[in-house]
Design a protein around this ligand. Structure first.
Ligand SMILES: [Zn+2]
Ligand SMILES: [Zn+2]
Length: 281
């Protein structure tokens, strides 16, 4: 098995994605020696098969791994890359829109999957209104490149960007009753597709950078990539009494391909007594 691939030479990888993610992912991956191609074969019929029930029943992790494997299988390239975003998790579930972005590289030669992750809040909110001025001021609170979905009693119009675009659509559909008021209340929802959602684009870029870093992080024993923090050991001793706390004592790096692992000691030697169950019960 050829576990090593030289990061100083160029490798081709196929990217399986629909929504113009190439420009978000390619720069970081170029730093790790990969040039990416999105091929026509992937984006049309072959993807249609998997955008139905099959892929939606998978967890985001299984989904991104399936996409990466398919990218390799359908193009015959050794390396395939998939990207998958999911909304709704995060620390304040239900209160805060939260985006988890996964990017996976599959290596056909070794059957290894390298998965990178970035996540964060997506501060976007919908409104219901029949006032033109309310729409304008709502848009001003958001990134001007953010896309919107307009839901009326008759239709659902996606991919609207900016006040002028939305205003024009209101005119076209005959919803403008007067220059300031609509003939019915509409619902304006953020369009969360990657090419219309700047906060998502930022997390996809971050995940791509982590993927590049994981590809450069080599196992000291077998040179396979993704020699990365995969586990932690808690129990950093309290600075006052020495009792083990829940703070991290060290990180454990593990190889995906051989049994090698190593320990990375945490930066702190002791935990503050505020984290101690004895000193601060
Ligand atoms: Zn203590
Ligand atoms: Zn190894």
């Amino acid at each position: 098995m050829d576990l090593q691939f030289d990061v100083t030479s160029l490798h081709k990888a196929a990217l399986l994605t629909k929504h113009h993610k190439l420009c978000l992912i390619a720069p970081a991956l170029a730093d790790a020696g990969f040039t990416l191609n999105v091929t026509e074969a992937l984006d049309t019929d072959s993807l249609g098969m998997f955008s139905g029930e099959y892929i939606r029943t998978l967890s985001p992790l299984d989904c991104v791994k399936t996409k990466a494997r398919l990218a390799s299988e359908l193009t015959g390239e050794r390396f395939g890359i998939g990207s998958e975003g999911s909304f709704g998790g995060g620390p304040l579930q239900g209160l805060l829109n939260w985006d988890d972005e996964l990017i996976c590289l599959f290596d056909k030669a070794t059957e290894q999957y390298v998965v990178a992750h970035a996540a964060g809040p997506v501060p976007l909110s919908p409104i219901d209104t029949d006032q033109v001025e309310t729409i304008r001021s709502h848009l001003e609170k958001h990134d001007e490149k953010q896309g919107w979905i307009c839901v009326t009693s008759k239709e659902l119009i996606k991919g609207l960007v900016g006040f002028a675009d939305i205003h024009h659509t209101m005119q076209q559909t005959g919803l403008l009753a007067t220059p300031t008021k609509l003939s019915e209340s509409i619902r304006l929802l953020p369009d969360l597709r990657a090419h219309l959602c700047p906060p998502r684009q930022e997390y996809i870029r971050q995940a791509a950078h982590q993927l590049a870093a994981r590809l450069r992080a080599r196992c000291p024993a077998c040179q396979a990539p993704n020699f990365w923090r995969k586990d932690v050991k808690q129990g950093l001793p309290c600075s006052q009494c020495g009792y083990p706390t829940h703070r991290i004592q060290h990180f454990i790096h593990k190889c995906d391909c051989c049994s090698y692992s190593s320990i990375e000691i945490a930066l702190e030697q002791f935990a503050e007594p505020t984290h101690c169950p004895l000193c601060n019960p």
